[in-house]
Ligand binder design. Structure first.
Ligand SMILES: Cc1cc2nc3c(=O)[nH]c(=O)nc-3n(C[C@H](O)[C@H](O)[C@H](O)COP(=O)(O)OP(=O)(O)OC[C@H]3O[C@@H](n4cnc5c(N)ncnc54)[C@H](O)[C@@H]3O)c2cc1C
Length: 488
């Protein structure tokens, strides 16, 4: 038997080097703690990595940095300096052979939908808004129906949700809706229109100023990954050590504390001692490591929807009319199309561009098992029907996998999370957080903030509980309708 290499003793071991883990590492480094980050992949950044090849750069699904957290914003701006661009997003939904503005807007829907369907959509939207049963919605389906009406739900929101999450919207928790208002708020837009009309036609100078859908966001010049490379560099400057290609294989827990973390590393097995363990790896993996059989039972409700991102480099200057496009048709496998150059010109060489096709999938299905050439052929056939030509100018294509792209918030997930976090509380010096660790559909700003809070708390001897960390969330209204700087 090979003896495990002894990596020594650390104040803190951080499991997972995505935004949450790097946020913790950043703060730990700043406060002089001796810390080790253990990351499964060859590089850190998690879902916010950017993959570079031959002058083209691709995020995993096209990211943007938006936050209502002013302190975090200031720190990110200071870290990135001139490399942080203010980008403007335009987006649309491809459906029924037409393009609709996104966030959905009533006038646009009315103009673009076939007249009979438009009338039914408006009637059911109004019926949804006027319904009296205002208790909490029972499912994501109930939430979406109340907000958008049955017709729009059946037309777009239901099929799109099932495509992305692999589960019918009726089986998803409404908790998720509060985290990601992906479909805009038609009422908000309608109110804006009325306010605009009042100002223009009636001379009501005091009518409320419409909250514009400014839709600006911050974006690092070289892709979202650049931000997290900076965070990683700041942590390293503070003395934090990072081990890539490594995963925890066991936690030695004695008297309610983790004493030692066993690791599988590219150089063979290793071990390290720690006063604290901050975990951002998927909650089910941590439950099994920390609580054995009991942990595996508690982990059953927490599943993830994987995604593949097909990155296609193109020898032509333009591909899409917008930053990204939701593929509304339920029978098509592509969830979103993105043109990276529309976020930053540095994402493709001059005169060239690229397309990223997001493909959510189930384990072992046709998207999961296809090789890149097959994926490209199928994607070209799908997008041809949407007016996007991938049959010419392709310089190269490759795909990237995200095994934990979407935590599937099934009905009852809140109770399951409470039970899991309560059981983990028995291990006094262990915390779990981040999108995968808290099993919450959060954006990178919330993941980063969770990490900063955990790192700060550990050093101060007053670490927030995993429950407290799980409550940190991106401000929902910000995600789709406001400007990044919070002035919109
Ligand atoms: C398609 C898509 C688009 C998105 N768009 C945006 C956006 O526009 N803006 C935004 O702010 N957010 C966006 N997000 C969300 C954002 O990516 C996440 O909020 C953020 O990456 C979460 O950070 P995290 O550290 O919690 O998790 P992750 O980024 O998943 O990081 C977890 C890390 O842990 C590592 N890991 C996993 N298992 C192990 C193990 N056993 N041992 C060691 N390491 C392990 C992983 O390799 C990974 O590096 C998007 C996500 C997706 C999927």
């Amino acid at each position: 038997m090979t003896t495990a290499r002894d990596l020594g003793r650390f104040d803190v071991i951080v499991l997972g080097g995505g935004p949450a883990g790097l946020g913790a590492a950043w703060e730990l480094g700043r406060r002089g703690a001796r810390a080790l980050v253990v990351e499964r992949e060859a590089s850190t950044g998690g879902l916010c990595r950017t993959h570079a090849r031959d002058g083209f750069r691709f995020d995993m699904g096209g990211h943007r940095f938006i936050t209502a957290d002013r302190d975090l914003l200031d720190r990110v701006v200071a870290l990135c300096g001139d490399d942080l661009l203010l980008a403007e997003r335009t987006s649309e939904v491809a459906l029924l052979g037409r393009r609709f503005r996104y966030p959905l807007e009533l006038p646009d829907l009315l103009r673009n939908l076939p007249p009979g369907l438009a009338a039914r959509a408006v009637a059911s939207y109004l019926a949804g808004r006027l319904r009296r049963d205002r208790g909490p919605p029972a499912s994501f389906e109930a939430w979406a129906e109340r907000r958008f009406g049955r017709v729009l739900f059946e037309l777009f929101i239901g099929p799109y949700t099932e495509k992305v999450w692999g589960v019918p919207a009726g089986e998803l928790s409404p908790e998720w809706a509060a985290q990601r208002i992906t479909f805009g708020d038609l009422g908000h837009v309608a109110r804006d229109l009325l306010a605009r009309a009042a100002r223009r036609w009636r001379g009501f100078a005091n009518a409320p100023v419409p909250r514009t859908c400014a839709r600006t966001f911050l974006y690092p010049r070289l892709g979202m990954g650049q931000l997290f490379e900076r965070v990683q560099a700041a942590a390293a400057a503070g003395g934090v050590v990072t081990l890539t290609g490594a995963v925890p294989s066991g936690l030695e827990v004695a008297a309610g504390r983790v004493r030692e973390v066993r690791l599988d590393t590219p150089d063979g097995p290793a071990r390290a001692e720690a006063d604290h363990v901050l975990s951002t790896i998927p909650l089910p993996a941590l439950l099994a490591l920390a609580l054995g059989g009991e942990g595996r039972r508690l982990a059953a409700p927490f599943t993830f929807r994987p995604a593949r991102f097909l990155n296609v480099a193109l020898a032509r200057p333009e591909v899409l009319p917008t930053t990204w496009c939701y593929v509304g048709e339920g029978h098509l496998r592509a969830g979103r199309l993105q043109e990276p150059r529309r976020r930053s010109a540095a994402m493709a060489p001059p005169g060239e561009s690229s397309l990223m096709v997001e493909l959510p999938h189930g384990p072992g299905d046709e998207v999961d098992v296809a090789d890149d050439a097959t994926l490209l052929r199928r994607a070209a056939a799908e997008v041809r029907g949407l007016g996007v030509d991938l049959d010419r100018d392709v310089r190269f294509a490759f795909s990237v996998r995200a095994p934990e792209a979407y935590p599937v918030h099934r009905l009852g997930v809140e109770r399951a999370r409470d039970a899991a976090l309560a059981a983990l509380r028995r291990v006094e010096n262990l915390r779990t957080f981040g999108r995968q660790g808290a099993f919450r559909f959060v954006f990178s700003d919330a993941a980063l903030r969770m990490g900063l809070l955990a790192g700060e708390g550990v050093v101060a001897g007053d670490a927030p509980t995993s429950e407290d960390l799980a409550r940190v969330a991106s401000a929902p209204a910000l995600l789709e309708v406001q400007s990044v700087v919070g002035t919109g």
